[in-house]
Design a protein around this ligand. Structure first.
Ligand code: FE2
Length: 352
């Protein structure tokens, strides 16, 4: 059986209640109540699509009932009825949220038209409510999918960096540990010089694989214990360009490009591979260049022992404005930054 729309008729006089029942019963399910209090009770038990309320009733009058209904169930359409129609009546009815009003004695067509209007409005309201609910669920689901995708990209990113790092480590034992320390010092330094937090993570990851190009350099040169001859040094100097070529086709690694390509540029323009000068060298690369050199100085190398902190300070001062950005050097040398960094890693036990 088809579910009919339901109408609650509230009037303390039986005559109008029954008149409305007779007019409407063919199209709607009709329930009647003889007072405002009784109507509230009916509505607590079940829902209605439209409520028709007499304005003049003993006890709770029609306008009071209308306000109560709108407080509790604002989406139910209420139609007021009165024997004394006036502009004031209509104004009051609409002010309190009624849909319309009916005048006693009832005109059959007016009643069916106005109730139908109420039912149509109620249906529209329910449709909108359902649509909002559906959109809310869809938005929640979409947000969850975006979060999942973001997590998956982050995992993908981290595992790619990890794989590249393992590839460098396998080729060049010196980089094992070195890359991680350079990465941490770079992040530490970047924070001190005011690099925005959302850029620091990318800088940290880039520093981790800054020497990725060494994969393409002859192993015997990388592992050579003594000082490199000019030809060998030229080979080593290719690693930033090789690194850039390795990551060039990996779209999500492009933000690492400045560090990988430019970490051997020198502030005075005598570095490699592009001989960039001063602030033409990306800031991230200038940071990693210092972190890279500091870590190298603090470690034993095949051809020399680790330098003491004072010696590292002297070297940084000496190379400030030549190899390194003088502004970043002054940050490293101030506020105990170098001591703090070297304290994080136990360089005595690292050895090199
Ligand atoms: Fe390098």
């Amino acid at each position: 059986m088809e579910n009919k729309d339901s109408v609650l008729v509230v009037d303390d006089e039986m005559g109008p209640r029954e008149a409305l029942r007779m007019i409407l019963k063919g199209r709607y399910e009709i329930v009647t109540a003889d007072s405002g209090e009784c109507a509230i009770g009916c509505m607590a038990e079940r829902g209605f699509d439209v409520v028709i309320v007499d304005i003049k009733m003993a006890g709770m009058d029609g306008l009071q009932l209308l306000r109560k209904i709108k407080e509790v169930k604002p989406d139910i359409e209420v139609i007021l009825m009165t024997a004394y129609a006036s502009v004031e009546t209509a104004k009051n009815a609409l002010r309190y949220g009624a849909l319309d009003y009916l005048i006693k004695p009832f005109d059959h067509k007016d009643v069916t038209d106005i109730v139908e209007k109420g039912v149509a409005k109620r249906r529209e309201h329910l449709r909108t409510k359902d649509e909002i609910k559906r959109l809310h669920l869809a938005t929640t689901e979409l947000s969850r999918e975006i979060e999942d995708a973001k997590r998956s990209i982050e995992n993908h990113y981290a595992s790619t960096v990890k794989a590249l790092l393992a590839a460098i480590d396998a080729k060049d034992q010196y980089t094992r540990g070195h890359s991680e320390r350079v990465s941490r010092f770079s992040a530490f330094l970047a924070e001190r010089i005011g690099v925005p937090p959302d850029k620091i993570l990318a800088l940290e990851q880039a520093a981790l694989i800054h020497d990725i190009g060494k994969i393409g350099v002859e192993g015997s040169i990388l592992k050579k214990q003594g000082v490199l001859d000019p030809i060998e040094f030229d080979e080593i100097k290719k690693h930033p360009s090789i690194g850039a070529r390795i990551i060039t086709s990996v779209e999500f690694l492009q933000e690492m490009m400045p560090v990988i390509l430019c970490h051997h540029e020198r502030f005075d323009g005598t570095g490699f591979p592009e001989r960039l000068k001063g602030t033409a060298i990306p800031l991230s690369a200038r940071v990693v260049a210092i972190a890279d050199a500091v870590d190298a100085m603090l470690c034993d190398r095949p051809y020399r022992s680790a330098l003491a902190l004072d010696h590292v300070r002297e070297e940084l001062s000496r190379m400030s404005g030549k190899q390194f950005d003088p502004d970043i050097v002054s940050v490293v040398l101030s506020g105990g930054l170098l001591e703090c960094y070297s304290g994080i890693f136990d360089y005595q036990s690292i050895g090199g």
